[in-house]
Ligand binder design. Structure first.
Ligand SMILES: [Ca+2]
Length: 98
């Protein structure tokens, strides 16, 4: 089983992509991820720009940003704001394991 599985739609729906390591540029999957599951307990950081960068004024999102700590999955990235007016749905462009 892959370390991380990401999904095009919320609720782990639509196309999925299995990920086993850092990805500096998601390519065809840029700005598509709407939900994810971490399968091995890894801490994972998600970035809204390629090469593990974030836009000005925007915060990093990760598996340790849940209320009360670690999240092994997120069913709907719309629930996580990443700037004044946006959220993390369809915003991820690079992924790093820690
Ligand atoms: Ca999507």
């Amino acid at each position: 089983m892959a370390r991380l599985t990401v999904y095009d739609e919320i609720n782990f729906g639509g196309a999925s992509l299995d990920i086993d390591g850092d990805i500096p540029n998601l390519g065809d999957w840029n700005n598509r991820i709407s939900s994810f599951k971490v399968n091995d307990g890894s801490f994972v950081s998600f970035y809204d720009k390629p090469n593990y960068e974030t836009g000005v004024g925007e915060s990093l999102f990760g598996t340790d940003h849940g209320i009360g700590g670690y999240m092994k999955e997120v069913r709907d990235l719309r629930e996580f704001p990443h700037s004044l007016f946006g959220n993390w749905n369809d915003e991820i462009m690079s992924i790093k394991f820690r």
